[in-house]
Design a protein around this ligand. Sequence first.
Ligand SMILES: Cc1cc2nc3c(=O)[nH]c(=O)nc-3n(C[C@H](O)[C@H](O)[C@H](O)COP(=O)(O)OP(=O)(O)OC[C@H]3O[C@@H](n4cnc5c(N)ncnc54)[C@H](O)[C@@H]3O)c2cc1C
Length: 306
Amino acid sequence: MGLAMTINTMTFKGVLLEKEPMSRHTSWRVGGVADRFYRPTDLDDLSLYLQSLNQDESVFFIGLGSNLLVADKGIRGTVVCTSGVLNEIKVIDETRIYVEVGVPSPKLAKFSAKLGLTGAEFLSGIPGTIGGALKMNAGAVGGETWDVVESVETIDMQGNVHKRTPEEFSIAYRHIESKDDSLQKEFFVSAVIKLKKGNKEESLETIKKHLNRRGATQPIQQPNAGSVFRNPPDDYAARLIEACGLKGFCIGGACVSEKHANFIINTGTATAKDIKALIETVHEKVMQQHEINLIREVQIVGELDE
Ligand SMILES: Cc1cc2nc3c(=O)[nH]c(=O)nc-3n(C[C@H](O)[C@H](O)[C@H](O)COP(=O)(O)OP(=O)(O)OC[C@H]3O[C@@H](n4cnc5c(N)ncnc54)[C@H](O)[C@@H]3O)c2cc1C
């Protein structure tokens, strides 16, 4: 598709796919079909598309699917994918950058560093979009997304765009929530990022170090979704999982990585069911052995068996 389409008398120009396999859009490479999958051409087009939907339609936004386990039965309703389309990034003034949510987080890190701005280097190794980083409050090496957000724009189900400030959200470790119920059905479309003046060479060097470190410690050659569990206070989920002897433990095609125990890799044949069962087993073993209730960081979405 991709041709102009008309639904409910409104014309939109993006690509609408039916029964689109989500395994094509998740870094774990698993997941059944989404009933509808829409990639808008730009913000105006996204607005028109949302207006065209029944207001009770279940809508789920994704970026690069790098923090998602989509069930084998897929997702009922509409998935909106911003990756590669809402991709504007520009300088506002000496320390502020406007970025749309489809921009990959590493691109913002490099863009800022090249401008001699510091504060976004931590995003260089987080392989998702700005939309996913905002929703997850993605972070690494001591930095968190919302530390550098001055404001965001959201879009509601009627296609209206709103400017929101960080004060309107409860911001926590790998988690944010809007304080007001009426914001629950809004999705991020852009952000204003506020950084500090720094040194271009130093920032580029920092980015290089982050990327080298990741290459050495994470199984980035195999399909995965990053850290499966959040780190508990004053400890590391990977340490606890490794201490249970679970490195290399597999269910079906899903295995706890030998390289990093908080990563689960798809060896090629994993189903979402395998990965979910492995997540549950790891959780249970850590609970039994350490009496620590690990909180899942990856999100499980879609129509589950049970
Ligand atoms: C190898 C690897 C390393 C990783 N390292 C890190 C790390 O160091 N730190 C870290 O925090 N994470 C890490 N992650 C996890 C992941 O990359 C981040 O959570 C990332 O920010 C997710 O972005 P995404 O675009 O892939 O989001 P998706 O996985 O597509 O979506 C994640 C969540 O964000 C929501 N979302 C996406 N876009 C929007 C939007 N526009 N509006 C509203 N909600 C939206 C989705 O609905 C979903 O709830 C890693 C993942 C991998 C595979």
